[in-house]
Design a protein around this ligand. Structure first.
Ligand SMILES: [Zn+2]
Length: 461
């Protein structure tokens, strides 16, 4: 305690006796010209990276060209709209995030005051947003030297719960902001943003270089080219999609669980159930579990089969573990999930809590059988989408279950791509190598399909 007090005291002295946290905020606000800033719109370009879509658990997030990146923020409502136009960067395509992008792909993210913190954080970690947050939330101050540079470090708790730390340099510029957001896979996930090369944009000092990392890897690296102060902002609240679960009996004891953007498949065995995929989030998986129990009553969910580690396919693993299921995943994911499952989860505690996961792994092939029904799991070798992606095959039923390698066309008249996706052609090669005699495809995105439709889609007819 004594030691801690000494450190605290020395920090106050270093920061200057007469300078309190609100003085630092006021000085930076004045220097940056954000006093009367109610809204902002900035345009940038550079690179973006797709969080949670790495080609394997040890790789950074895949990179895209950010052809244009525009943020409009109203600090008063608060609200933010981000429009990102991406083009393909990775060559050849490797990893997820809608690769390969043919032409352009536009992503729009809208955040309002009722959005979860993971979205709202985006507003309060911008330099003006940080100063407004620090002014409104009783920020504390400490002096810190990083790499020989002195900083006034301001910390505040947003919504009384979420820690936000900003580093103000001697030029009164917000140089770095750190916070943590809850992520279904990584728990309390670090979000670190650095702002540099401040320039004067019509009286407002704003960084011309923005770099952000999430979960330890870059997600954004852009150069700001234009900033508008106090523009008219019209940001409509995003449509909130309720979790909807539908299901379809494919054959006895086999159900296709749909209703959202991500599907699951429930497979009944003599005394238990295996579910392929716990996608997205605790909310989605909880609904999938409830539907499975309704369809197949009085049997435990013994296995949850995870096709690959991408966040949208692994964000709902934990509720299945809480339910008592053993996780089956490819070899490459085991150390990664062990680490991810033990990360702190203070921001959004979940049902699994500190429960230890039981895991079984698949190398090239694993067979689940009760003597009557057989479910084979196969590694899709050399998949450009993911290095450890597995598919499921029911030989007797002639059914294939796959994720992200073939997403069936929305309608039978949807024209097939000029060049088939390398993810799909690689899947076809694997199916041929393994001589899997499938007829029906249950994709984990999109609607039920057939071998004929898949062949047509990749130009094999
Ligand atoms: Zn994927």
């Amino acid at each position: 305690m004594f030691k801690l007090s000494l450190i605290a005291l020395s920090l106050v002295i270093m920061a200057g006796c007469s300078t309190g946290p609100q003085d630092v905020v006021a000085n930076a606000t004045k220097a940056m010209g954000t006093e009367n800033l109610k809204s902002i719109e900035y345009t940038a370009s550079g690179f973006s990276y797709s969080l949670g879509q790495s080609p394997n658990p040890n790789a950074p997030w895949p990179k895209f060209n950010a052809k244009s990146y525009m943020r409009t923020i109203n600090f008063e409502t608060p609200a933010s709209r981000q429009t990102l136009v991406r083009t393909q960067f990775e060559n050849p395509p490797h990893g997820g995030g809608n690769q390969p992008i043919v032409g352009e792909n536009t992503q729009t993210v809208v955040v309002t005051g009722s959005s979860p913190w993971a979205g709202q954080a985006d507003i309060w970690i911008t330099p003006p947003g940080f100063l407004k947050g620090a002014a409104a939330n009783n920020a504390t101050l400490a002096a810190q030297t990083v790499d020989g540079k002195q900083y006034n470090v301001l910390t505040f708790m947003a919504q009384g719960k979420y820690k936000v730390i900003g580093y103000v340099n001697t030029a009164n510029e917000v140089e770095k902001v750190e916070t943590w957001v809850d992520n279904p896979v990584l728990g309390d996930m670090a979000v670190e943003t650095t702002y540099s090369d401040y320039k004067d944009f019509g009286g407002l000092k704003f960084p011309s270089k923005i770099m952000q990392s999430q979960g330890g890897y870059p997600v954004l690296d852009v150069t700001v080219t234009d900033v508008k102060t106090n523009p008219e902002t019209k940001i409509d609240a995003p449509a909130t999609a309720a979790v909807v679960v539908k299901s379809e009996k494919v054959t006895d004891g086999l159900y296709f669980i749909t209703g959202g953007t991500h599907n699951s498949v429930a497979v009944e065995f003599s005394d238990h159930i295996a579910v392929v995929e716990g996608p997205q989030s605790e909310e989605r998986s909880t609904a999938v579990i409830a539907e499975t129990k309704k369809l197949i009553p009085n049997k435990p969910i013994k296995y949850l089969i995870n096709t690959h580690h991408h966040f949208d396919h692994s964000g709902g693993i934990r509720p299945f573990i809480a339910e008592g299921a053993t996780l089956i995943t490819q070899d490459i994911n085991k150390p990664y999930y062990e680490k991810a499952f033990s990360m702190p989860r203070t921001l959004a505690p979940d049902k699994m809590g500190t429960k230890t996961a039981t895991m079984e792994t698949v190398a090239d092939k694993k067979v689940l059988t009760d003597g009557k029904r057989t479910l084979e799991l196969h590694l899709v070798k050399s998949s450009p989408h993911n290095d450890g992606i597995i598919m499921a095959y029911l030989p007797k039923e002639r059914i294939l279950v796959e994720a992200d390698l073939f997403t069936p066309p929305a309608t039978p008249t949807t024209p097939r791509p000029k060049t088939p996706s390398p993810f799909s052609t690689n899947l076809a090669e694997n199916l041929q190598r393994l001589k899997l005699n499938y007829q029906t495809i249950l994709p984990l995105h999109g609607q039920k399909s057939t071998r004929a439709e898949f062949m047509k889609w990749i130009g094999k007819t």
